[in-house]
Write a protein that binds this ligand. Structure first.
Ligand SMILES: [Zn+2]
Length: 269
């Protein structure tokens, strides 16, 4: 390959990188390196794990792991090739997140809202869809998290800490700055809903449970909505959109059942 040919190849691959398409066919501007975001996410996830209290209740751990494993098993390459990591934090927050590179975090608070495996699968499917649809990269490419993200990371990952111990609020601050917990755009939210429903249905979880989940969130939120609710607004439009997906996702669910995919993740506490 001569040098001009190499240059052309490079330019073409740059163009492809910039004009990418989301899982629902939406054109996306992607200019950031996935590898770089994944490395940042891995550091943040490790900081979370070494700082926040991890759940010790075997029943809760098994329940979440059972649902997460079943959903992850339905992903396509390259997401089926990565080793997904799961951390369950003992925390009253009604929240869950997933980070680039395949990191899933679930707070035990959300287990009080999710009544069964199907509702938890709706949460996990939604969060994983944010990753497979590269929503963090898209936000970073738009410039909405450079600056604060880099600054917060510099504070938390950088110098000053000789003992290597971070406080929970510093860790949470870095996570938020990286766009893990800040609200995604409206388009990204509904896309995560749509893609998440597909994942859960493929795994043999009833996609209709997503409606119950968001209704529970709204009902239990009361006047001060829980974290997850405030970052993921459960509007009537959202519920209508979820119901609008049944026509597409119920056949996927029935096919999964016919294929013998019948997860048995139980709440034992
Ligand atoms: Zn979301």
């Amino acid at each position: 390959m001569n040098s001009s040919k190499l240059l052309i190849t490079l330019m073409v691959s740059l163009l492809i990188a910039a004009c990418s398409t989301s899982p629902t066919g939406r054109p996306q501007l992607i200019t950031k390196s996935d590898a770089e975001l994944e490395a940042q996410a891995a550091s943040t996830f490790n900081a979370y794990r070494s700082t926040l209290p991890l759940a010790t209740d075997r029943g809760k751990i098994d329940f979440v792991a059972c649902v997460a494993q079943a959903v992850v098993a339905e992903l396509n390459p390259p997401y089926s090739d990565i080793e997904w990591e799961l951390a369950i934090f003992e925390d009253k927050q009604v929240n869950a997140f997933a980070m680039p590179g395949g990191k899933i975090g679930v707070y035990t608070g959300i287990l009080e809202i999710t009544e069964d495996q199907n509702q938890l699968a709706a949460v996990i499917g939604h969060e994983i869809a944010h990753v497979t649809a590269r929503h963090v990269n898209e936000r970073a490419s738009r410039g909405s998290l450079t600056g604060i993200g880099i600054e917060a990371l510099a504070v938390i990952m950088g110098g000053g800490y000789t003992g290597g111990a971070y406080t929970a609020s510093q860790v949470l601050g870095a996570g938020a700055a990286l766009g893990m917990e800040l609200p995604m755009g409206r388009g990204q939210e509904s896309e995560a809903d749509v893609v998440g429903l597909e994942y859960m249905a493929k795994a043999g979880f009833d996609p209709r449970a997503a409606v119950d989940l968001w209704q529970n969130m709204a009902a239990k939120g009361g006047k001060t909505p829980p974290e997850h609710l405030s970052t993921h607004p459960a509007s009537e439009t959202r519920i209508e959109n979820l119901i609008g997906q049944w026509q597409k996702t119920l056949p996927i669910y029935n096919e999964a059942l016919a294929d013998g995919k019948n997860p048995q993740c139980k709440k034992t506490w």
